[in-house]
Ligand binder design. Structure first.
Ligand code: HEC
Length: 159
């Protein structure tokens, strides 16, 4: 019994310690670097998921299930784009980024372009679910176009 209490006390102490350390705020510079890294991770995952779909238009074996699954993932992740940019305005911090400053002056439009991606990814997924190769491959351009639309306006290399 006494031993159990001791173990419990040690556990509580260790949990308390972790909660206390988590409360120590990182510096604003660190928060900005983290914010940029997190949004870039989402974009990398978008790229990871669209990659095999684009490969199918270039001769990789057609796989309707994979195309639908990856498009659904893209639709699920896209709303995180404006959320992450709204969570922290990293203008004014020396972060590694290709995001143009005007994003934060045009959040409504930025959000609309992310919603376009949700819509086009869901539309693509519906076509892919039909299993028709020609129709699915024909719809890839529409999906990729919504990535490109936002990059044209808000990504440094593509404006
Ligand atoms: C609503 C706007 C928007 C949409 C939609 C969008 N992007 Fe981007 N993307 C950006 C911005 C802004 C950056 C730059 C982020 C940064 O560097 O902080 C970016 C960066 C990227 C990167 C580079 C990530 C890195 O740092 O290595 C990739 C890859 C990418 N996007 C792929 C895609 C793909 C694929 C789609 C469509 C499925 C897509 N994006 C849709 C705005 C968008």
């Amino acid at each position: 019994m006494k031993k159990t209490l001791l173990v419990l006390a040690a556990l509580v102490a260790s949990v308390t310690f972790h909660v206390t350390s988590a409360q120590e705020q990182p510096s604003p510079e660190q928060q900005a670097a983290d914010a940029a890294a997190t949004r870039q991770a989402v974009f990398k995952l978008l790229g990871f998921n669209i990659g095999p779909i684009i490969a199918m238009t270039r001769g990789a074996p057609f796989d309707a299930e994979l195309a639908e699954r990856n498009a659904r993932r893209i639709a699920a992740m896209a709303p995180m784009i404006p959320e992450l940019f709204a969570a922290m305005d990293t203008r004014g911090y020396a972060v590694e980024t290709k995001a143009l400053d005007l994003i934060w002056d045009n959040m409504d439009d930025f959000e609309r372009k992310a919603q376009d991606l949700v819509d086009s990814a869901n539309e693509f997924a519906t076509v892919a679910a039909g299993g028709d190769m020609a129709a699915t491959l024909g719809a890839v351009r529409g999906l990729g176009g919504t990535c490109g639309n936002c990059h044209e306006a808000y990504h440094e290399d593509d404006d």
